[in-house]
Unconditional design. Structure first.
Lengths: 235, 304
């Protein structure tokens, strides 16, 4: 889980590069020079691919981590967390894809983009279709955050508890994100610099940093206490 | 401080519920203005786009047309809907078949007798499209739109020369001399030309009468020469009432219907054609110029 948090931090930092890419100003800004546009597109695609691979790796490590926690028998709730972390993003992405397909069909029929006078009917429609998927991911994040908070409190590592609190706050920021604009799935998953912008990205990056440090300290503490116990046993 | 299993579950449920409730509330807050409530009233906007024709018309085979069947249904729904207090016809059409334009004209006349109708010409509002919107209480147009082309034409294309070169012979057996008027397999005779011209004149006279019944025309000889006019000239000639943008037409419709300024404008759309039809019929979506063989109330040459 420590490695997963480190990967999440890396994803957050790389996504800043993505946000700063020349395409961020819109492809129109590069329309005059097709070569530059192609280069920028290739850069963005490569970076997006790297981010996707890192995100999947972080997710796999996270699932394996909670799998071990569940097997340790410390808490039954960790087994719930294992399934939430495993299934939450899968269900969320499936719902987002289904929402995208439904939105596209609606658009083809002229419903989602129906002219209702000025007012973002289409944007609202997109939000409404994306919401179930986003909520599935957010709920998985909440369950994971509560479990991390519990681990932090049990082991007595403040960084972990604070990291969990920040992690939970990013999930709770979802409604604000909805109010401000279309949320990004990436921001929910790993701390991409987008959506609500600086606040969300900063909170996600901070959470990843604290969790990485917290899990590292927790591991050392557990190993240290086990060594002490063994020493006491042998004495 | 340590949490029990029960507390962990309760905390997760409470936080998840908070996230879901807040997200749903945020979504509800961002919801765009709802369709008008009962009794509120709105301005219905109906588009008349492309060459006007019935779905089965020869014109429809040549590309995307404004299917009169669909437009008539939309106008009917605007007529029946008591909340549609006024109607704006959003026109971008060079005209079309005489019969389809006539059907549209009659429906617009019926509609205009029941509620305020304002026509707004975006790019083209010529010939049959212009005739169709004549009963509107007001006709506005975009400053750079083309209006008028009040007239009728029919074109006959013959292949007799081509067939002769190919060695193809066509034998026609007919009950009367004029039964195959306009046949593409022979050159039109003088009598054919007379008959076709009389049909064109007959349709034109009807068109002319309608223009004179609905508009005060300043220079009849110029207007009925069949030429199209820019919107500014069309105002001077009395073909339209003014130039502006779509919002001006909607505002005018609101005022005429006594609706408040914020009353919504809602575009009425034909029912979904279905995904399969969209996929299979996609090729016909491209706009193509119309080369008609029937009498046509359209600007000539058609806009490409």
């Amino acid at each position: 889980m420590r490695n997963s948090a480190i990967l999440s931090l890396a994803i957050g930092l790389l996504s800043l590069l993505l946000a700063a890419s020349p395409l961020a100003g819109g492809p129109e800004s590069l329309a005059e020079d097709p070569l530059k546009l192609l280069a920028a597109l290739a850069w963005v695609l490569a970076l997006a691919l790297v981010l996707l691979v890192l995100a999947i790796a972080a997710w796999v490590l996270k699932v394996l981590g909670w799998w071990s926690m569940c097997r340790s028998g410390m808490r039954r709730f960790y087994c719930v967390t294992k399934y939430a972390v495993l299934l939450g993003p899968v269900i969320g992405v499936a719902l987002l894809i289904a929402g995208g397909v439904a939105l596209a069909l609606e658009a083809l029929r002229g419903g989602a983009f129906a002219a209702e006078g000025p007012g973002g009917a289409s944007e609202w429609g997109a939000l409404a279709y994306a919401l179930p998927g986003l909520l599935a991911i957010a709920v998985a994040n909440v369950i994971e955050g509560v479990s991390i908070l519990d681990v932090g409190l049990q082991v007595g590592v403040k960084a972990l508890a604070v990291g969990a609190a920040v992690h939970l706050s990013t999930a709770l920021l979802l409604p604000l994100q909805l109010l401000a604009g279309t949320p990004s799935l990436a921001a929910l998953g790993g701390g991409f610099a987008s959506g609500l912008g600086a606040v969300w990205s900063a909170a996600s990056a901070l959470a990843s940093l604290l969790l990485a440090a917290g899990f590292h300290l927790a591991k050392r503490k557990v190993i240290g206490s086990e060594a002490q116990r063994e020493a006491a046993g042998s004495a | 401080m340590k949490l029990s299993e029960r507390q962990l579950v309760l905390l997760s449920v409470a936080l998840s519920a908070a996230v879901i409730a807040a997200a749903l509330s945020a979504l509800a807050l961002r919801r765009p203005p709802a369709p008008p409530a009962a009794g509120a009233g709105y301005v219905a906007v109906v588009r008349i786009d492309g060459p006007i024709a019935y779905r089965t018309s020869q014109l429809a085979l040549l590309g995307s047309t404004a299917s009169v069947d669909d437009i008539l249904k939309l106008l009917d729904s605007a007529l029946r809907d008591p909340l549609a207090k006024a109607v704006v016809l959003r026109v971008n059409s060079p005209g079309g078949s005489a019969a389809a334009s006539e059907a549209l004209y009659l429906k617009v006349r019926e509609l205009a007798a029941a509620k305020p109708v304002v026509a707004y010409i975006e790019e083209y509002g010529t010939s049959g499209a212009y005739m169709a919107v004549l009963p509107a209480a007001r006709i506005l147009a975009s400053n750079s739109s083309i209006v008028g082309a009040v007239g009728v034409y029919a074109s006959v294309i013959t292949y007799s020369g081509l067939f002769e070169k190919l060695g193809v012979r066509v034998y026609v057996f007919k009950s009367g001399e004029l039964k195959d008027v306009g046949s593409p397999f022979r050159e039109p005779s003088e009598e054919d030309k007379r008959v076709l011209q009389s049909i064109v004149d007959g349709v034109f006279n009807l068109f002319k009468e309608r223009v004179l019944a609905h508009r005060r025309i300043a220079n009849a000889s110029e207007v009925f020469s069949g030429r199209p006019f820019l919107a500014g000239e069309a105002v001077e000639l009395g073909l339209i009432d003014g130039v502006g943008v779509l919002d001006d037409a909607i505002d005018l419709a609101r005022r005429m219907a006594g609706l408040p300024k914020g009353a919504p404008a809602r575009e009425l759309k034909p029912p979904s054609p279905g995904l399969l039809r969209l996929l299979l019929g996609g090729a016909s979506l491209a706009q193509m110029p119309v080369v008609p063989r029937v009498e046509v109330l359209a600007m000539w040459p058609p806009p490409g």
